[in-house]
Ligand binder design. Structure first.
Ligand SMILES: Cc1cc2nc3c(=O)[nH]c(=O)nc-3n(C[C@H](O)[C@H](O)[C@H](O)COP(=O)(O)OP(=O)(O)OC[C@H]3O[C@@H](n4cnc5c(N)ncnc54)[C@H](O)[C@@H]3O)c2cc1C
Length: 466
């Protein structure tokens, strides 16, 4: 499903309030795409005095940040947190007047599930699941003593071993072995980045890690050193009321700043100076900023999504069951690829993770399970998905949940990220177009916000000095 249509399945979406265009005359900049990247770019451009038109093909703003209502609860339908690293998003939320509503997740942390009944709390001292101490008790509990000793042995090799691997999978396999990769790293990478570690660039998700390996002499020491550089505290944070409030605040600002927001406006083609709409209209602003996802960018280039570019289906369940009050698996469970008896790849226990949500839910529980296609796809009926989600939640939480305790369910479908290795290398019609957003910045709100702000600052400064 495309980014635009994914929104159609979320009710009461964030960003739906400002729908009517307010013509600005000839724009200085056209921003294509109204996800967080496009909204942030449009806001910063307008703050710098530019006349901005923002084109969004769906009928709401926010892209992968969206809201839906399930059993009367307003919930995030897409992103639900942001990385705290660098403090950039928190500072930005402060600027938007949301600083006081930044909240941390419950510290109990998540679990990882392997076979039936084989569930363990995730080790605490890792980076992307790569342990800072392969023989720590919580690591040994997950991978076993023999694999821990093997990881230690492999990691004592010369630091050059494995250092030339660009992607996380081969890098970790070379330095610490298959068990660390399969039992620790793959569940975390799959749950957080929705791809296998073989398709994720080390430098993108763990900048500085390869340099630290060369400096520190082992991957475990490199992990410890990178972690030591990060500020203490939680790696992620959220917003009381949900991440969709970020979109609400951005949309409000665009309205205040007079940005001409055009919803339901599909861009069919573009280059650095012209934007052709699906209606046939052509805009020729001095600057174009492209803020669409990788799949949509490929469509604009006339290239198909790669064959394995699939779908992620989220099944949300709101239910009442006191046995979940103790949060039997902390804030949720990441499922190792190949785990038997469970088809979901991750479960978030929303009300255990976010105290504000537990308060709003009044004793009910919110569970969100995610599925890759083809495990769940368009051929899966809503009834089938509901039954599967309840069975998986029971298996993952170790509590037999009853259909009768369910008060509401929802199904939301998103495009899976395009695997890293499939990103373009050859010249494209989009070369020369200023690009922001997850497709170029990397997945996640922190990366997206930083990239948009930096790109706009460069654009404004080049125009001022040029
Ligand atoms: C289920 C899910 C959970 C996530 N959880 C987290 C999380 O907890 N923390 C985190 O940091 N990140 C999370 N992310 C990732 C994060 O949401 C994204 O990295 C970020 O929102 C991407 O923003 P964007 O603006 O680059 O792209 P998008 O949000 O994809 O926005 C692109 C916009 O462009 C529009 N568009 C596309 N083509 C055209 C066209 N031809 N013409 C006009 N408009 C077009 C689309 O309709 C869309 O609105 C999650 C993502 C998903 C899907």
């Amino acid at each position: 499903m495309t980014e635009a249509t994914s929104a159609a399945e979320a009710t009461a979406p964030a960003g739906a309030r400002r729908a009517s265009p307010a013509p600005v005359g000839r724009p200085d900049v056209v921003v294509v795409g109204g996800g967080v990247a496009g909204l942030v770019a449009a806001r910063d451009l307008a703050l710098a005095g530019r006349r901005v038109v923002l084109l969004e093909r769906s009928h709401r703003l926010g892209g992968e940040v969206a809201r839906h209502t399930v059993a009367g609860l307003d919930l995030d339908a897409g992103a639900e947190s942001f990385a705290t690293k660098g403090g950039v998003v928190a500072a930005f939320l402060d600027e938007l007047g949301l600083g006081a509503d930044v909240v941390l997740p419950d510290p109990r942390g998540a679990w990882v599930q392997h076979g039936a009944g084989e569930a363990f709390p995730l080790p605490r001292t890792g980076l992307l699941g790569i342990p800072g101490d392969p023989t720590a008790d919580d690591v040994v509990a997950v991978i076993g003593r023999a694999a821990a000793e093997e990881a230690l042995r492999l990691d004592s090799a010369d630091p050059a071993v494995g250092a030339d691997h660009d992607t996380v999978g081969p890098f970790v396999r070379a330095r610490m072995g298959a068990a660390v990769l399969d039992r620790l790293v793959a569940p975390i990478v799959g749950g957080v980045h929705s791809v296998h570690p073989d398709a994720l660039a080390v430098d993108r998700v763990a900048p500085g890690l390869r340099a630290a390996l060369a400096r520190e002499g082992s991957l475990a020491a490199a992990v410890r050193s990178v972690r030591a550089l990060a500020p203490a505290g939680s790696a992620v944070a959220g917003l009381r009321g949900g991440m969709a409030r970020l979109v609400d605040a951005l949309v409000d600002d665009l309205g205040r700043l007079g940005v001409d927001v055009r919803l339901g406006t599909d861009v069919a083609a573009l280059d650095a100076r012209s934007v052709s709409l699906a209606t046939g209209e052509v805009l020729t602003p001095p600057h174009v900023v492209l803020a669409v996802g990788e799949g949509a960018a490929r469509a604009l280039e006339g290239r198909p999504r790669p064959a394995d570019g699939g779908l992620i289906t989220l099944a949300t369940i709101v239910l009442r069951d006191d046995r979940l009050d103790a949060a039997p698996r902390g804030t949720g469970v990441l499922v190792a690829p190949g785990a038997v008896g469970v088809r979901a790849k991750a479960l978030t226990h929303g009300t255990a993770k976010w105290p504000w949500l537990a308060e709003a839910a009044h004793g009910r529980h919110v569970l969100r399970l995610s599925y890759d296609s083809p495990v769940v796809d368009a051929a899966t009926s809503d009834d089938e998905l509901r039954a599967q989600a309840l069975a998986d939640a029971s298996a993952l939480l170790g509590v037999e949940l009853r259909a009768g305790s369910v008060e509401g369910t929802a199904r939301v479908v998103w495009d899976a990220p395009v695997p890293e290795e499939a990103h373009r290398a050859s010249p494209s019609p989009l070369d020369g177009v200023v690009r922001v957003g997850g497709a170029v910045a990397g997945r996640g709100l922190a990366a997206v916000v930083v990239r948009s702000r930096r790109t706009v600052a460069e654009l404004v400064s080049a125009a001022t000095t040029g």
